[in-house]
Structure formats: structure tokens, C-alpha cells
Design a protein around this ligand. Structure first.
Ligand code: NAD
Ligand code: WQD
Length: 333
């Protein structure tokens, strides 16, 4: 049985990936400092899979703890989710983001080197693509960022490229997620950010639960189907399954490649709102506001590389995503 170290294991994507790994017969060793997640996620994962994660509560910045984990477990592959992810906050607190996301990742990679573990899957993001690229976004497009958060992803992608140049036995897939939403069908795990949500779907859920009066729609004057921003929403369970495929690939190959995880389809803010209203029966009040700084009108993924290399394609549609997000929120808040 392969032992997979999942950093950020109790987070949104980490928890869903842990479920898929356990259900596919892998041992999961998890680490999380619970900065943006809750410990009871572990019990929920156990309830879904009837299996448990070997969990270490702590920080990837703690090298002593990382060494302990590698000493106590023969790690075959690391799937690295642990990071801070709020774009706006990263502009206010750049040092926190560079320290946590860059130094934290370097710590993990150093420890892997010390223990001769050469298989790595990195949580990258569509945010690494320069906004002037034409859509759909291809993996070989020019990269650039508009926030410290985005730069942490670009910097680590560069580090991973350089590690491979120096050591051709290194095997890595950098998965560039577009906009993961939705939740596990069981409604036991899902997206539960601490504080005010930054992303669209958690905000819509807050309005549906009457925690907020209305949704601020950031701009209706883009050159899109209805003027509102268009994104490639992808179900988190599809994203999690993409990690299992990436991991199988990483274990038998060598190299470092970037691969998009998206559906290849764009959905506007108002289309998502309408779909959510339909599946939930809840009215989502909204106000049109000015554009949000740094936003662009439309982007979605080219998904051919994921299909060709990993044999992965998304299965769930926008209705599934809205329904699963809603079910998770209404049963858990
Ligand atoms: P999340 O916040 O739900 O999960 C991240 C987890 O990492 C949290 O549980 C947090 O407590 C933990 N963590 C953060 N810093 C840590 C540290 N120093 N030590 C230990 N644990 C730490 O976020 P998510 O949505 O699951 O995102 C996972 C990864 O995917 C992140 O790297 C994020 O940048 C990337 N990503 C997310 C999205 C998205 O829209 N959700 C899109 C693209 C990329
Ligand atoms: C989606 C659309 C907004 C909130 C971000 C990160 C990206 C990646 C995914 C990590 C846009 C509009 C949003 C609201 C709105 N994360 N919107 N009202 O900006 O595409 O991507 O999350 O890597 O790096 O930048 O996602 O969910 O914030 O926005 O109208 O309250 O919804 O303008 O068009 P985004 P989002």
C-alpha cells in the first residue's frame, strides 16, 4: 500500500482528495495547522470512507514535525495543498503569504529531499496565467500574477522546474485548478471558509442562509454573455479525482508538468446565481457593483492535456455543483 502525505488535509480540496485516496486503497497521512479548517473533518472523512487518516496537527513551517512525519512513515508521494489562498488578503499581508506559501513549500521539498522522496503534486492555480492570454487557457501560456498570492504559485512552479533540471528522477505534476466549488455528495464535507468569504460560491451560500442580505456582483459591463464575469467552475470531487490520476502518473513517470483542472466551460456570475436558485429554491438577492480590482471578464481552461496525460475529464455539471454546495451548507451551518 502506498503512503501519501497530504498537506492541508482538512481543507476544502485536501479533504475531498483524502476521501478519494482512501477509497482507492491508499494510506493517507495528513498534516494541517487548522488555520482555515476544522478537526471534525477527520471524523467526517472516516464516516464517508470507513477508514481513517493518520493525522498530525501542526505547521509545515515546523521542520522538526515534518522530519517526524517522514521518519514515522515511508512516504511515497506528497500532495501539497497547505497554503493561504485569499488573493485580496495577500496584497495586505504579502510577507505572511510569501512565508507560509513559499517558505512552507520549500520546507516540505527539503524534507522530501532529506528522505529521498521524489514524487510531488503541487496545488497550483489558473491565477498563474497572464491575463492577456486568449481563452481557453493553455498550459504553455505566458505566466504572470497580479497579487502576492499569485506570485507564490509562480515562484514555486519555478522552484519545481529547477529541482527537476538538477535531478531528473524528480516527478511532479503542478495541477492548475480553475474555480473549484461543490461538495461531497454525503454533504459531510465541503467548503467552510473561516471569516467573510472571498469567492463567489461561499458568498452565494451565505446569502441563501440569510447570513448576508445580498450578493455584490462585481461588474455587469464585461464583454460576456450577460456582462458579468465568466469562470470555469469545476466540482471539487472531480478535482479530487484528478489528484488520484495525477498521483498514479507521478509514481510511474519522471519530469515536471503543469496540467489544467477545469471543465473547459465558462459560466457567468448571473448564470451561477440562477442555477443555484433553481436547485435550492432560495432567492439570491444581488446588487450590481463596480468591477473588482484585478478581475478580468472571462477565462476558462483548455482541458486536453489532462485528458491526454492523466485520462481525466470532469464529470459533474453546474447543477451538481450548486446542489452539492447548497446541501453541504444547509446541513452544516
Ligand atoms: P483551504 O484553505 O480550504 O485548505 C488549505 C489548508 O491548508 C487549510 O486547512 C489550512 O488550515 C492549511 N494550511 C495553511 N497553511 C498551513 C501551514 N503552514 N501548515 C499546515 N497547514 C496549513 O484551501 P483549498 O481551497 O483547499 O486550497 C488548497 C490549495 O489549492 C491551496 O494551495 C490553494 O492555493 C490552491 N488553490 C485553491 C483554489 C480554490 O479556489 N479553492 C484554486 C486554485 C488553487
Ligand atoms: C468568480 C467571479 C468575480 C465574489 C479566485 C482566485 C483564483 C483561484 C480561484 C486560488 C468573478 C465574481 C465574486 C463576489 C462576484 N483561487 N464575484 N461577487 O476571482 O475567478 O478566482 O479563486 O488559486 O486564484 O483569484 O474567483 O469566486 O472570487 O470570483 O461578483 O462576492 O465571481 O468578480 O467574476 P476568481 P471568485
Amino acid at each position: 500500500m502506498k503512503n501519501i502525505l497530504v498537506t492541508g488535509a482538512t481543507g476544502f480540496i485536501g479533504s475531498h482528495t483524502s476521501v478519494e485516496l482512501l477509497e482507492n486503497g491508499y494510506n493517507v497521512i495528513g498534516i494541517d495547522n487548522l488555520y482555515n479548517s476544522y478537526k471534525d473533518v477527520l471524523l467526517k472523512i472516516e464516516k464517508i470512507t470507513k477508514k481513517s487518516i493518520k493525522f498530525y496537527e501542526g505547521d509545515i513551517l515546523d521542520y522538526t514535525l515534518l522530519k517526524k512525519i517522514f521518519k514515522e512513515n515511508r512516504i511515497d508521494c506528497v500532495i501539497h495543498f497547505a497554503a493561504l489562498k485569499a488573493v485580496g488578503e495577500s496584497v495586505e499581508k504579502p510577507m505572511e503569504y510569501y512565508y507560509n506559501n513559499v517558505s512552507g513549500t520549500l520546507n516540505v521539498l527539503n524534507c522530501m529531499k532529506e528522505f529521498d522522496c521524489k514524487n510531488f503534486i503541487y496545488s497550483s492555480s489558473a491565477t498563474v496565467y497572464d491575463k492577456d492570454n486568449s481563452i481557453p487557457y493553455l498550459e504553455n501560456y505566458k505566466k504572470s500574477a497580479t497579487s502576492p498570492y499569485g506570485y507564490t504559485k509562480i515562484m514555486i512552479e519555478q522552484v519545481l522546474n529547477d529541482i527537476y533540471v538538477a535531478d531528473n528522477d524528480f516527478s511532479c505534476v503542478m495541477l492548475r485548478y480553475f474555480n473549484p466549488i461543490g461538495a461531497h455528495k454525503s454533504a459531510l464535507i465541503g467548503e467552510n471558509p473561516k471569516g467573510i468569504p472571498n469567492n463567489l460560491m461561499p458568498y452565494i451560500c451565505d446569502v441563501a442562509m440569510s447570513k448576508r442580505k445580498f450578493l455584490n456582483v462585481f461588474g455587469n459591463d464585461y464583454d460576456t454573455i450577460d456582462g458579468t464575469g465568466v469562470r470555469d467552475y469545476v466540482h471539487v470531487v472531480d478535482v479530487a479525482k484528478g489528484h488520484v490520476e495525477a498521483m498514479k502518473y507521478v509514481l510511474v513517470s519522471r519530469g515536471n508538468i503543469g496540467i489544467n483542472l477545469g471543465t473547459g466551460k465558462g459560466t457567468s456570475v448571473l448564470e451561477l446565481v440562477k442555477c443555484f436558485e433553481k436547485v435550492s429554491g432560495k432567492k439570491i438577492n444581488f446588487k450590481i457593483c463596480p468591477r473588482r480590482d484585478g478581475d478580468i471578464g472571462e477565462f476558462y481552461a483548455d482541458t486536453n492535456k489532462a485528458k491526454e496525460i492523466l485520462g481525466w475529464e470532469s464529470k459533474f455539471d453546474i447543477e451538481d455543483m450548486c446542489l452539492d454546495s447548497w446541501n453541504y451548507i444547509r446541513f452544516n451551518t
